[in-house]
Design a protein around this ligand. Structure first.
Ligand code: DX5
Ligand code: ZN
Length: 214
C-alpha cells in the first residue's frame, strides 16, 4: 500500500496525550491528525488551541488539523501559531470557501477542505485546483469509533476523476471508520491518506496497529 497514515489523537487517552504523540513520532505514521470540535458545527467538543500548542513541543511530524467548527476563518492565524502544518476547514462551515482556502495558504499552511457524507464531491470542483488536501468524511463528523459508510468508495472514485479533470494535486484523505478491514480497498480505490483513531488507540497494541495500517 502506498499511502500515508495519520493516527487521530481524538481516540487517545487525553490524560496521556504526550505519550500518544511520542508513539506516533516513533512509528511508521506520517502525520498527527488533530480533531478540533466546537459543539456547534458538530455535537461534540474535543480540545483547542492551548492543547495543540502544548503537544507541538513533543512532535516533529506534521500536525494535520481538522477543524469541525463554525466560522473557522476567525482562527486561521491562531492555529498556525499553535503549530498546525495543514489546516482543514469544512465545506459546510464556509460560505466563502475560496477565501478561507486562500487565507490558510497565505498564513503559510497547507489548505485542506473536509466534506461531509451528504455533500456531493462535485461541490469541490471550483476550489479543487487551489487546495492541497481533501478530507473525505467516511462517517458523520463528531465522534471516533463510528461505522464506516460504504458509499465512500464511490466518492473516492468521483473525487479522483474530479482531481484529474481540474489539474489538482490535492491528496485524498479518508476520515472515519478506517481499520484493517477496509484500509487496503481504500488505498486501491485511490486514498492517499488514511486517518485512524479507534483502530489505533483502541487497539491492544497501538504501535503494532500503526505498523499494519501504514
Ligand atoms: C471524526 C473525526 C475523526 C475521528 C476518526 O469526526 O474527524 O478524525 O477521530 O476516528 P475513527 O478512526 O475512530 O473513526
Ligand atoms: Zn478528523
Amino acid at each position: 500500500m502506498a499511502h500515508l497514515l495519520a493516527p487521530s489523537l481524538l481516540s487517545a487517552d487525553f490524560a496521556e496525550l504526550r505519550k500518544a504523540v511520542e508513539l506516533i513520532e516513533g512509528s511508521e505514521a506520517a502525520w498527527h491528525h488533530i480533531d478540533v470540535m466546537d459543539g456547534v458545527f458538530v455535537p461534540n467538543i474535543s480540545f483547542g488551541l492551548p492543547v495543540i500548542k502544548s503537544i507541538r513541543k513533543h512532535a516533529r511530524k506534521p500536525f494535520d488539523v481538522h477543524l469541525m467548527i463554525v466560522e473557522p476563518d476567525r482562527y486561521i492565524s491562531a492555529f498556525r501559531d499553535a503549530g498546525a502544518d495543514h489546516l482543514t476547514v469544512h465545506l459546510e462551515a464556509c460560505p466563502h470557501l475560496h477565501r478561507s482556502v486562500q487565507a490558510i495558504k497565505a498564513a503559510g499552511m497547507k489548505a485542506g477542505v473536509a466534506i461531509n457524507p451528504h455533500s456531493n464531491v462535485s461541490l469541490l470542483e471550483d476550489v479543487m485546483a487551489d487546495i492541497d488536501l481533501v478530507c473525505l468524511m467516511s462517517v458523520n463528523p463528531g465522534f471516533g469509533g463510528q461505522k464506516f459508510i460504504e458509499r465512500t468508495y464511490a466518492r473516492i472514485s468521483a473525487l479522483k476523476e474530479l482531481r484529474t479533470r481540474s489539474g489538482s494535486q490535492a491528496l485524498i484523505e479518508i476520515d472515519g471508520g478506517v481499520g484493517l478491514e477496509n484500509a487496503r480497498k481504500l488505498v486501491d480505490t485511490g486514498a492517499d491518506v488514511l486517518v485512524a483513531g479507534n483502530s489505533v488507540f483502541g487497539a491492544q497494541a497501538p504501535a503494532a496497529a500503526i505498523r499494519s495500517l501504514a
